[in-house]
Design a protein around this ligand. Structure first.
Ligand code: NAD
Ligand code: TYD
Length: 351
């Protein structure tokens, strides 16, 4: 694969993926990043790549739902593969206003698949679809999601991702397109927008603001450092079975309250409060999210056995790197929180 279209490359995981790919010895081609630059997309996440990798990175500010623009992009660049990250990704927003989720996550995926279908006989393009473990719904106290777990999405976000997963599968089966899908657990790391749990708590704890924990704080997520996710996606794109679906997880189940307390303790060590107080005192239990999934946990045996992937980062090392990154990039946080994000928060919660 020499010429790859990455959609949503200006977001959290997409930007980490592009950096990862351009630095990989197994890839010496070009990446074209197509991103609409919503509130969650920032060109700043990819600053310096054109200079660092001359001729190997291009950016197109485009909406994947725009059929004509997608046609032009596919004609302009001679892609070997698509790695599809572009999505509306925040569950809380999908509950308040599902519209953009239906458009981008479902219609946008369909538009891309149609372009790949159109090229099928003249220029076969591999399509990798980046999805989530949330399509499986919620687990009880025991068990893990496997690739054969039935889909039971509970939020408009996860329902829109489930829908796009089905479209990808159907285009593979019906039209014989070369497709792969990965369903990954919760990611954390640099460049994550500070509305998701980990960067939000880091930011609030630094500013000595309340740390909102939904419900009883005992919901469980399986945390994965973003670079481990990127490495898995690249392995699947290259070596995954065509038509295959692969679960990716961190083997790292944690209750939300444990994650929040860990961040408080790390920050107290790195940046003690002048008052000498513990940041855990900032923890505030708030009203639960409607339809809040209780537990996610991934069984990634298939990916391990077929492709030899396992996560390299532990939660201890990953959270340390992440906190340090946010400490060193306070200006980035300020910038991404201005503008559209601030007006959304104001609209929902007032000043
Ligand atoms: P993100 O919200 O940080 O980034 C999404 C990017 O997509 C942004 O740059 C945004 O501008 C772009 N985008 C949105 N709508 C677009 C449109 N119509 N056209 C073009 N670009 C558009 O999301 P993320 O956390 O980086 O997630 C990336 C992908 O990974 C998503 O598909 C998500 O479902 C999946 N995923 C995320 C996680 C996680 O923990 N964050 C876990 C598993 C899977
Ligand atoms: P989030 O980062 O939104 O990811 P997802 O909903 O896709 O799993 O949330 C992770 C967990 O943290 C989830 O159980 C909801 C919870 N949460 C809070 O308790 N407080 C918060 O302020 C946020 C954003 C999330």
């Amino acid at each position: 694969m020499k010429n790859i279209l990455v959609t949503g490359g200006s977001g959290f995981i997409g930007s980490n993926f592009i950096r990862f790919l351009l630095s990989e010895s197994s890839f010496n081609g070009r990446v074209v990043n197509v991103d609409k630059l919503t509130y969650a997309g920032n060109q700043e996440n990819l600053t310096g790549l054109e200079e660092e990798f001359p001729g190997r990175y291009a950016f197109e500010k485009k909406d994947i739902c725009d059929k004509e623009n997608m046609r032009t992009i596919f004609e302009k660049y001679d892609f070997d593969a698509v790695c599809h990250f572009a999505a509306e990704s925040h569950v809380d927003r999908s509950i308040v206003d599902p519209d953009a989720f239906i458009m981008t996550n479902i219609i946008g995926t369909y538009m891309l698949l149609e372009e790949v279908r159109r090229k099928k006989d003249t220029r076969p393009v591999h399509f990798h679809h980046v999805s989530t473990d949330e399509v499986y719904g919620s687990l009880g106290e025991n068990g893990f999601f496997t690739e054969t777990t039935p889909y039971r999405p509970n939020s408009p976000y996860s329902a829109s991702k489930a829908s796009s997963d089905h479209l990808v599968r159907a285009y593979g089966k019906t039209y014989g397109l070369s497709v792969t899908t990965s369903n990954c657990s919760n990611n954390y790391g640099p460049y994550q927008f500070p509305e998701k749990l980990i960067p939000l708590i880091i930011e609030n704890a630094l500013c000595e603001n309340p740390l909102p924990v939904y419900g009883d704080g005992k919901n469980i997520r399986d945390w994965l450092y973003v670079t481990d996710h990127c490495r898995a996606v690249w392995m699947i794109m290259q070596h995954g079975k065509r038509g295959g679906m692969y679960n990716i997880g961190g083997q790292c189940e944690k209750e939300n309250i444990e994650v929040v307390k860990t961040i408080c303790d790390r920050l107290d060590d790195m940046r003690p409060l002048a008052s000498g107080k513990s940041r855990q005192e900032l923890i505030t239990f708030v009203k639960d999210r409607p339809g809040h999934d209780r537990r996610y946990a991934i069984d990634f045996t298939k990916l391990k056995n077929e492709l030899g992937w396992t996560p390299k980062e532990s939660f201890d090392t990953g959270i340390e790197k992440t906190i340090k990154w946010y400490l060193d990039h306070k200006d980035w946080v300020e910038r991404v929180k201005s503008g559209e994000y601030r007006s959304w928060i104001k609209q929902q919660y007032g000043d």
